[in-house]
Design a protein around this ligand. Sequence first.
Ligand SMILES: [Zn+2]
Length: 266
Amino acid sequence: MPTIGRLIEQVETDGKRLEIVWDDGIVLKTHLRLNGAWHLYRTGERWRKPNDQMRVAIEVPGWVAVCFNAATIETYREFDPVRHPGFGRLAADLSNATDAETAECVRRMFAYADEACPIAEVLLDQHVARGIGNVYRSEILWACELSPFAEVSSLSLDDCTQVINAATRLLRTNLDRVYLAAGPEALSGLAVYGRNGTRCARCSDTVQVRRVGQFERLLYFCPGCQIRHQPFVEPPLEPPMREMDPHPAATLFNAEMRRRRDSISG
Ligand SMILES: [Zn+2]
C-alpha cells in the first residue's frame, strides 16, 4: 500500500477498469464489473452504500474516494529491475532515517556502480535512498540546480550530500501534507512538478517536461537554471510532449471522477 504523503500521479480508465498509480510506483487496479462503483465524498459526508461493501478508500484532506463491491482489486508495484529487492539491501527511508543511515545514502550515491546513469534515475533507486518518488525527484533536482541528465559519476561527494540533504528536507517538510495530483491546489509548494509551460520562479525560463526511463515517468525541470553537471551531449530523449494542460493526470482524474459521480453512483 502507498504510504501517507505519496502523490497520485496517474489515473487510467478503460471501461470499468481503473488504474491508479502513485508516485512511488505502487499501482491500484480495480475492476467494477456489474455491481462495483467508485464514489467521491466530502469528508464526513454519509456514504450512499453500506460500509461493509467498501473495498478500498483513498483519503485526502477534505475528500474520500470509496470503491464499493469491485469484482477485482489488485495492488502491485511497477516492476523496475533497478528497484527490485533482488538487487541487494534496500536503503533507508529518508523521511525517518538516522544521521548514520543518511550518510550511508550519500555514500551509495557517490559510489553508484552504473557511472553513466543520469541522476534523475538514481534518485528513484531504492538501493540509494527510499521515499523520494517521482514528484520529489523533480523538486530535489531543481532545488540543487542540477541537470536531471547529469551522470551520477560527475557528482562530487559534496554534491551527493547536498542532494540527499535536499531530499530529506523536502520529504520531512511535506510528511504531514497529503497531495492528490488532481487540481491546482495540489501543485502549491511545488517548484517544477506539473508546471510545464510556466515560468521558473528562480530564472524565469520555461519549465519543461519529458517522459524518461522504462516507465516513461514524467520528469519536470528548468533548462535555464538546472545546468550544474549538465552533460556535454544530452542522452537521446523522447520528443517533448505535445501541448497539454500542466498536469495530464489532474485533467483526466477530474474528468473521470465527475463522469463517475454522475453516471455510476447516481
Ligand atoms: Zn530556472
